[in-house]
Design a protein around this ligand. Sequence first.
Ligand code: IMP
Ligand code: MG
Length: 191
Amino acid sequence: MTSGSTQMAGTEFTNSNLDVLYSAEQIAARIAELGAQLTSDYAGKDLVLVGVLKGSCIFLADIMRVIDLPLTIDFMSVSSYKDGTSSSGDVEILKDLSNPIRDKHVVIVEDIVDTGLTLTRLIEILGSRGAASIKIATFLDKPEPRIKKELVVDYTGFVIPNKFVVGYGLDAAGRYRNLPFIAVVKDPSVA
Ligand code: IMP
Ligand code: MG
């Protein structure tokens, strides 16, 4: 693979190392269903969507536009335990929420739940701040590698097999977040 600067224009979305798992159309249809469910579940409640940066950015942007209710959004950024001590499951807050969540109904918006360590820790952190409720909406759920089996995922876009996927906000070393679809990386060793 060549570097970005020498790559030909217009070839990222048709990259031969990608196998499309869910198309943009399939994603939009599923997001509309999730939006209808959230609209019904949170009617009359003070709802705040908390996006976990960076991966959730596209899912958050899409899901918030199909929740037909008054709501606010906020963002958190947490370090990945995977860089170091995976067994501890600890996460470091790199960017905290801008506003308090006391008495609010929080929906944490995630790109993917894998081991569940990140979200388990995030719920512990946010759970101590007096929210009225805390639920999880994840675009993808990869149940096979789950370590935190007790983690309850309330809203799921798609359940996927234990493969490394990219696109729709998800990255491989920072790349591919802009793909409008979800794809499996055929050969992860190819940059
Ligand atoms: P976990 O549930 O704590 O293992 O971590 C979930 C995080 O790992 C996600 O928010 C992603 O950043 C990352 N991740 C897990 N699986 C994938 C994948 O297949 N593609 C891209 N990122 C992934
Ligand atoms: Mg993430």
